[in-house]
Design a protein around this ligand. Structure first.
Ligand SMILES: Cc1cc2nc3c(=O)[nH]c(=O)nc-3n(C[C@H](O)[C@H](O)[C@H](O)COP(=O)(O)OP(=O)(O)OC[C@H]3O[C@@H](n4cnc5c(N)ncnc54)[C@H](O)[C@@H]3O)c2cc1C
Length: 436
């Protein structure tokens, strides 16, 4: 069923040299397939934005022991979660010596450096990488995707299979008719600043040694009550600070992400961490956060979607790059199978769907399939509850001669003055049900 009647014909064309595209490219190249990867940026990573926590497990499945040579910042030894209200933070977290031992769990990275290194690995394995090339359309024949149109002269290329790894709001998926109408409540807009700060200051303020790192996920007031999160991650001599919220909510509340990041940076719990530093870089990007219900068809005749192009982000767990790499690898494995069968139709590529559906990717996204809708309909989790948690913690920790039993009653009264007890218990129960 393969059609060899075109010049400029490859086994595989990959659009986008992010983690998904490169993982697919390496998997195919290892099997000896003739792969070309097209990237619109000056180099891989130049257009990419990530908080940036990179996970070891999925990366090692592409490049074993990558951490011995890849450009990484710090291995993460502590994960913190801060629930912010106007002037306080209710905090929890986990720090472990086990995260300090090799092989580490995850790392802070700069995508501009990591993606460049990762894509070079693909090139070393025989993949042709062409940068500064925008793929503008897909070429269809008899209902099958057979090639792509680029912005270069004579820029049409053909392949047995095209992999759309072009990220959130994928043009390729849209042109192939695979993306449902993009809705503002399935996409979040995020901004990130790289904030330079002396290495010693970072290590003192975050209580880490010269190699270890910390992540802080910020909820509540960090997004001024919008559905979203903010973060601070430690790099070697800078911090990555960012915030994101659903576009629909930003539009409705007429709040810009630029205002949000300013308010994160000036929050009384955050400001002291940043003192003496300055903004080095400012980036903005979309995140597909529609979850399981927003996943389009994985493949059609001649085309597969991977990573953000397939809306694969687990926002509750800050996971995106790992879903991108794993889906890219699965796509590669399905292409190898299709190549040996000589069948590049959706049926011939169906191994991809099978691998996806048996993997943590789809199982996790399915587990959380109702969370977006639930939280959208229960905005009190972003507004009222952080304040309730703050007031309760303040009362609990304040030593003022009031007996503890009396204190418990005061706390409960304070809470039920703000929300009826039945409503609170129902929200807790329903909240637990959507994440269990
Ligand atoms: C602010 C922010 C913080 C995040 N934090 C984390 C985190 O800490 N950990 C984590 O795991 N995930 C995080 N994510 C999510 C993660 O970045 C993505 O899930 C991941 O990058 C998806 O990889 P991808 O290869 O599918 O897409 P991308 O990384 O977006 O790569 C797509 C590539 O395609 C190229 N491209 C696009 N269109 C075209 C075209 N038409 N022609 C040619 N090339 C094209 C782009 O230039 C880009 O290089 C974060 C995202 C954001 C925005």
């Amino acid at each position: 069923m393969s059609d060899n009647s075109y010049s400029n014909k490859y086994d595989v064309i990959i659009v986008g040299a992010g983690p998904a595209g490169v993982s697919a490219a390496i998997t195919c190249a290892k099997a000896g397939l003739n792969v070309i990867m097209l990237e619109r940026g000056e180099h891989p990573g130049s257009k990419n934005v990530m908080g940036g926590i990179l996970y070891r497990h999925p990366t090692e499945q592409i490049i074993p022991e990558f951490y011995k040579e890849a450009p990484l910042e710090r291995h993460i030894t502590e994960e913190r979660v801060w629930l912010l209200s106007k002037d306080s933070a209710v905090t929890m977290g986990y720090k472990s010596k086990r995260f300090d031992e090799e092989p580490h769990n995850c790392f802070s990275v700069f995508r501009s450096k990591f993606d460049k290194w990762f894509a070079q690995k693909a090139v070393d394995m025989g993949v042709t990488l062409i940068c500064e090339t925008l793929v503008e359309d897909v070429i269809m024949k008899n209902g099958k995707v057979v090639g792509i149109r680029t912005n270069r002269d004579y820029g049409d290329l053909y392949a047995n299979v095209i992999v759309a790894a072009d990220g959130a709001n994928s043009l390729i998926a849209a042109r192939a008719g695979l993306h449902p109408e993009v809705r503002s409540n399935t996409l979040a807009l995020a901004v990130k600043e790289v904030y330079s700060l002396d290495r010693e200051k970072i290590e003192d303020r975050f209580n880490i040694d010269s190699e270890g790192g910390v992540t802080i996920e910020l909820l509540g007031d960090a997004t001024q009550g919008l559905m979203g999160t903010a973060f601070i991650y430690t790099n070697k001599d800078s911090l990555s600070i960012g915030v994101g919220a659903f576009i629909s909510q930003l539009m409705k509340q007429k709040i810009s992400v630029y205002d949000l990041i300013e308010s994160v940076k000036t929050h009384p719990m955050i400001k002291p961490l940043l003192k003496g530093g300055e903004t080095k870089e400012y980036l903005a990007h979309l995140i597909p956060e529609g979850g399981y219900r927003a996943i389009p068809k994985y493949c059609i005749d001649g085309l597969l979607l991977v990573g953000d192009a397939a809306m694969l982000v687990n926002s509750l767990h800050r996971e995106g790059s790992n879903l991108a790499m794993t889906s890219g690898r699965f796509a590669g494995e399905a292409i190898i199978q299709a190549h040996s069968d000589g069948d590049f139709t959706a049926k011939g590529l169906s191994t991809y769907k099978e691998l996806m559906e048996h993997s943590f990717i789809v199982q996790d996204l399915k587990k959380y399939k109702n969370t977006e809708k639930f939280f959208e309909e229960h905005m009190q989790f972003f507004t009222l509850y952080p304040q309730i948690a703050d007031d309760a913690a303040y009362e609990f920790f304040k030593v003022d001669g009031i007996p503890k039993k009396e204190k418990q009653k005061i706390i409960w009264k304070q809470i039920t003055n703000k929300i009826p007890s039945w409503r609170l218990l129902l929200d807790i129960y329903n909240g637990w049900r959507v994440v269990k």
